[in-house]
Design a protein around this ligand. Structure first.
Ligand code: GSH
Length: 319
């Protein structure tokens, strides 16, 4: 069966725009939650109890949304509880592919060549976008969830009895502050760079770019006197900010035309990136080659597939 998607060119993000030329990100489709006792979470159905080895993550090191989950898996020390397959970074006509590209995996769990096959296995009638991350249940052979914001939260809470209990990325007393950062950083920056990159009118691009740099300027001031977004502890808001900042100079500055300044030009933001890279396991979740290939193979934005040689990221130890 041929799966129809709204994507016309490249997997990452896709250039869907509205009548004003503004990029639109479609909603995720699988929204179940793993919970400690298997009861339903805030959305979807129940039956997904936290257990060692039951769940598998399909992710791309190019993708910021998938990288949120790879980071949380490290920070919560869930490596041995949740297995992972990394897709090849290259954007193909059939979407995300598994294989032998350095740093990628074959799908030894389900034997898929393309991620599309995993979606079809979960739902033979699936016609939506085939995106990473995907959280897969080995027991019921179902997709639990493919929305990174949900997966970050469920990995933080559901595995409390089985995983590192001292790390809490969404503590009760900080929730209002975390939510308020997320609500502003997502539209302006996380998705703002995509809105700039995929805009098809000057107005839509200008508007997005203004939001991106107003947010970066504000974050630079905020982080000049603090280690993390919400005071002295790393939270979910930092994970969500980090994945965008670490891709900025490599991909968004050039390909997405977010070129008023680089992150390297912001001293507090650069120091903040360096601090987060020091957490055990986090460097393993950052692969500059995959990021560069993933974005610069988006045909709609770079039809000839020329890979830029720079930038030089030596200042944060990522040459
Ligand atoms: N809302 C999703 C977005 C995920 C997403 O857009 N992933 C991109 C890669 S960066 C993707 O897989 N795109 C494939 C496509 O659009 O066909 C999430 O945060 O999990």
């Amino acid at each position: 069966m041929v799966v129809q998607t709204t994507r016309t060119t490249a997997p990452q993000g896709g250039p869907a725009t509205d009548t004003n030329g503004e990029f639109i990100r479609p909603a995720s489709t699988f929204r179940n939650w793993i919970t400690a006792d298997g009861r339903p979470g805030p959305t979807g159905r129940g039956g997904f109890k936290a257990a060692t080895g039951r769940y598998h993550l399909y992710a791309s090191l190019a993708c910021p949304w998938a990288s949120r989950i790879l980071m949380v898996r490290k920070l919560k020390r869930l490596d041995s509880l949740i297995t992972v397959s990394i897709t090849e970074p290259l954007s193909t006509e059939q979407g995300w592919r598994f294989g032998d590209y350095p740093g990628a995996d074959r799908d030894t769990l389900n034997g898929a060549t393309y991620l599309r096959e995993i979606y079809m296995r979960a739902d033979p009638h699936f016609t939506g976008r085939v995106t990473v991350p995907v959280l897969w249940d080995k027991q019921t052979k179902a997709i639990v969830n493919n929305e990174s914001a949900d997966i970050v939260r469920m990995l933080n809470s559901a595995f409390a009895a089985l995983a590192e209990p001292s790390v809490n990325l969404y503590p009760e007393e900080c929730r209002a502050e975390i939510d308020s950062w997320n609500e502003r950083i997502y539209p302006n920056l996380n998705n703002g760079v995509y809105r700039a990159g995929f805009a098809t009118t000057q107005e839509a691009y200008d508007e997005a770019l203004h939001g991106v740099f107003a947010m970066l300027d504000e974050l630079e001031t905020h982080l000049a006197t603090r280690r993390f977004l919400v005071g002295e502890r790393l939270t979910e808001a930092d994970v969500r900010l980090f994945v965008t900042l670490i891709r900025f100079d490599v991909a968004y500055y050039g390909l997405f035309k977010c070129n008023l300044k680089r992150i390297a030009d912001y001293s507090a933001l650069s120091a903040y990136l360096g601090r987060i890279l020091e957490f055990p396991g986090i460097r393993e979740t950052v692969n500059i080659d995959h990021i560069k290939r993933g974005y610069y193979t988006i045909k709609a934005l770079n039809p000839n597939g020329i890979m830029p040689l720079g930038p030089n990221l030596r200042s944060i130890g990522l040459a």
